[in-house]
Write a new protein. Structure first.
Length: 214
């Protein structure tokens, strides 16, 4: 994909939005319907991996596709309304725009549900690509020419590095600064309120040209 300005990729859950209330509510309904004993609090704190991976400790392999389908089906009614933008999200997106850039959201979330969040919260983004995880995000980032990828999880770092993009990590998710730095992230921010300042400095270095990863 060609672009006239820098492209920044953002993860969604716990990077742009606080998914915890809606995710927990869906899990509780799913538990009531199926009788499965989910560790809801523990799963909420570990947000990041795809849902099918998170369900593996609680259900047989052949049950998981049906559980995922049911979770996705109930999600729009239960999870979208209580989900809010994390501090600094709109300002971070606006900073990219002010620098002549475009924004792509690259997430492991089911794409239709990811779109519901970006639309409900009026995020000014160009593209939303879901159902990709870890190094699988690299292909999407390369396709869109992203030079920066912002996430909260060590697997977001993996995706950024595999794409040859600058990895920026925020501490609003379940990973610690030590874990993110060990994974190889280039920059750690407390949250997205710090992104505009970082982005301004990044633009000043001229480090916005797309360089394909391996």
């Amino acid at each position: 994909m060609s672009t006239t300005g820098p492209v920044v990729g953002f993860d969604l859950d716990m990077t742009l939005i606080d998914t915890r209330p809606g995710f927990a509510a869906c899990l509780r309904v799913l538990a009531e319907e199926t009788g499965l004993a989910f560790d809801v609090d523990g799963m909420v704190e570990a947000l990041g991996p795809p849902l099918d991976l998170m369900l593996r400790p609680y259900a047989e392999a052949d049950e998981i596709p049906g559980l995922v389908d049911r979770f996705r089906a109930m999600y729009p009614e239960i999870a979208v309304a209580p989900t809010l933008a994390l501090p600094g999200t709109h300002e971070a997106i606006a900073a990219v725009r002010a620098g002549g850039g475009s924004v792509v959201v690259v997430t492991g979330k089911f794409t239709p549900n990811a779109l519901l969040h970006t639309e409900a919260l009026s995020f000014d983004v160009d593209h939303v690509v879901g159902e990709v995880w870890g190094v699988g995000k690299a292909e999407v980032l390369r396709e869109h020419g992203a030079t920066v990828y912002v996430g909260d999880h060590v697997h977001d770092v993996e995706g950024a590095l595999a794409a040859g993009a600058t990895s920026v990590s925020v501490l609003t998710g379940g990973c610690t600064e030590a874990e993110l730095r060990e994974a190889g992230t280039h920059h750690v921010l407390r949250d997205l309120t710090e992104f505009p300042g970082w982005w301004s400095g990044h633009l000043a270095t001229g480090a916005t040209a797309f360089a394909p990863g391996p």
